[in-house]
Design a protein around this ligand. Sequence first.
Ligand SMILES: [Zn+2]
Length: 135
Amino acid sequence: MSSKQWTLLYTAQSYEEAKDVAKSRFNVCQNRRSDVNDQTKFSFKCSEYRKYPLCHFQIKIIVPDNNINSITIMSKNEHEHEQNERNATTRLPSPIREFISTYVKWGLSQSQIKASLIINSVIEYIFFGDHFTIK
Ligand SMILES: [Zn+2]
C-alpha cells in the first residue's frame, strides 16, 4: 500500500518555484525544514492531514547548498483519502449518537442511557425495522 521509495517528480530553478509546484499540484503544506551537511531539506505533508490522518503522502524539496538553482522535488507514498473503515465501524449510527447527547444533557447516568438506548432500539426495530410487526 505504501512504498518507502522517494520518487523524483520535478526539478525546479528556485525554492519558490518548487514550493509552488508542490502546493498547487500535490496538495501539500509545509511541514518542517532541516539543514543537512550540504543541503537544505523541506518536508511537506498532505494539506488535509487533519481530515485524513492516515494519508502518508509526503513531498520533500532538496536545495543543494552548492547549487541552489538545481532543486529536486520528490514524493513518497500516495494520498490516501478513503474513509477509514475502522473509524467508520466504531462510530455509532447518527440517531443513536443524538440520543446519547440528549441524555447526557439531561444528566442521565451511563446505565440509564444504556437502558434508554435499548428501549429506543427496540422501538426502532418494531416500527422501522425490516420485519414490520405491528399487530
Ligand atoms: Zn493526502
